[in-house]
Ligand binder design. Structure first.
Ligand code: G3H
Ligand code: 13P
Ligand code: ZN
Length: 337
C-alpha cells in the first residue's frame, strides 16, 4: 500500500533529475485521469486538495476516491497533500482526515508571522508523521489578489516578489519545513505572462546554494496547452492571451536546477473544460454526463502522461517504493489505527 509522505519521493527527486507532479483533485474524473496516466507511466505522484476542493467535494468523498485509487494501483507511490493551507487549524483537520503531507502557506503574512505559523504547523504535522511544505516569496495569480495587485503590475515588479535566498535559509532553519515553495516568476491560473514567459533560473540556483538539501517546489506550473485554449475559444469560450510556463522551461527547472515538486491544476481544468465544450458544441443533444466527462477524463490522461515525461518522473515508481521500504515504510499515525 504505497501511500506515503513526500519524503521518500523528494529524497530521490532531489538529485535524481526528476520532480514529482502534484495534481489538484476536485472530483472523481479528474482523479481517475491523473491516476490512469501515472499508472501507465509508472510515476510517483502527489494528489493535492485545496480548501476550495474540500468545500466543493466534501473531504469524505475525496478521501474515499483517493483510497480507491490506492487500492486499484497498490504499487503506485501516492501522497495526499493539502494545497495552500492557510491556518494551523486546517492543517490539524487534514492530519485527522488522513493527509500524508500538508502545505502551510503563510507567504501573504509579514515574514515573522510566516515563520511563526509555519513553525507551528511543522510542529503539529511532524508529531503525526506528516511532511510539511511552506512558502516564501509571492507568486502572481491568486496570491496577488491578496494584496490587490493586478497581474500586469505583478509582472512588472516581479523581482521584488521573488524568494530571497538568504531569507529562505533563515526560514528553513527556523521552521524545520520539509520542502519550500518558492516564487521564481510563475503565477497561478491561465494568464501567467503578459510578456515573455521566463522563469528566474538564477534565483532557483541561488536558493539551492543557500539551502542545500531542501526540496524546492514550483507552484503555478501549468503550461496552458494551446490545443485546449484553441478548443475553448473555438467552442464558445473566451480565453484570449492565455499563457503558461513553456514545457522546456519546466524541464530545465527540474532537470538542470533540481526542483522536486511541480504543481499543476489549471491544465487539468483546461483539458476537462475544452473537451466538455467540444462535446456540447458538436453534439447539442448530448445530455449523458458520461459522454462529456468521459472525453474530458481521456484528455486529462494524455495531458498528464506527457507532463510526466517533462518532469522526468515516468518510470520512477519502483525506485521510490524501494526507498520507502528502505526507510521502514513510514506512514502517518492515522493509518496505524
Ligand atoms: O493554487 C491553487 C490551486 O489551483 C487550487 O485552486 O483554490 O480554486 O481549488 P482552488
Ligand atoms: P497552476 O494554476 O499553474 O496549475 O498552478 C497550480 C498550483 O500551484 C496549485 O497549488
Ligand atoms: Zn499553488
Amino acid at each position: 500500500m504505497p501511500l506515503m509522505t513526500t519524503k521518500p519521493m523528494f529524497d530521490l527527486a532531489y538529485d535524481g533529475g526528476f520532480a514529482v507532479g502534484a495534481f489538484n483533485v476536485n472530483n472523481m474524473e479528474i482523479t481517475q485521469g491523473i491516476i490512469e496516466a501515472c499508472a501507465a507511466e509508472k510515476s510517483p505522484l502527489i494528489l493535492q486538495i485545496s480548501k476550495g476542493a474540500r468545500k466543493y467535494a466534501n473531504m469524505i468523498y475525496l478521501r474515499h476516491i483517493i483510497l480507491a485509487a490506492v487500492e486499484q494501483y497498490p504499487d503506485l507511490p501516492i501522497a495526499i497533500h493539502l494545497d495552500h493551507g492557510d491556518t494551523v487549524d486546517l492543517v490539524q483537520t487534514c492530519i485527522k482526515d488522513g493527509f500524508t503531507s500538508v502545505m502551510i502557506d503563510g507567504s501573504h503574512h509579514a515574514y515573522e508571522e510566516n515563520v511563526k505559523i509555519s513553525a507551528e504547523a511543522v510542529k503539529v504535522a511532524h508529531a503525526a508523521g506528516v511532511t510539511v511544505e511552506t512558502e516564501l516569496g509571492m507568486l502572481g495569480g491568486i496570491e496577488e489578489d491578496v494584496v490587490g495587485m493586478d497581474a500586469h503590475e505583478y509582472e512588472k515588479n516581479v523581482e521584488k516578489f521573488l524568494t530571497d535566498p538568504e531569507q529562505a535559509k533563515d526560514f528553513w532553519k527556523r521552521t524545520g519545513c520539509d520542502s519550500l515553495a518558492v516564487a521564481i516568476g510563475t503565477s497561478h491560473g491561465a494568464f501567467k505572462f503578459k510578456h515573455e514567459a521566463k522563469l528566474a533560473f538564477d534565483r532557483i540556483e541561488a536558493i539551492m546554494k543557500t539551502c542545500p538539501g531542501l526540496p524546492l517546489v514550483m507552484h503555478g506550473s501549468s503550461s496552458v496547452p494551446q490545443e485546449f485554449i484553441d478548443l475553448v475559444n473555438k467552442y464558445g469560450g473566451s480565453m484570449p492571451n492565455a499563457k503558461g510556463v513553456p514545457e522546456d522551461q519546466i524541464a530545465m527547472a527540474v532537470q538542470k536546477y533540481g526542483v522536486c515538486k511541480v504543481n499543476i491544476d489549471t491544465d487539468l481544468r483546461l483539458a476537462l473544460t475544452a473537451k466538455i465544450r467540444e462535446v456540447f458544441a458538436t453534439k447539442p443533444a448530448e445530455f449523458d454526463p458520461r459522454n462529456y466527462l468521459g472525453p474530458g477524463r481521456e484528455a486529462i490522461i494524455s495531458m498528464v502522461r506527457r507532463k510526466l515525461h517533462v518532469l522526468n518522473s515516468a518510470g520512477k515508481a519502483e525506485a521510490v517504493n524501494k526507498h520507502w521500504e528502505k526507510l521502514g515504510k513510514p506512514l502517518p499515525g492515522y493509518y496505524k489505527k
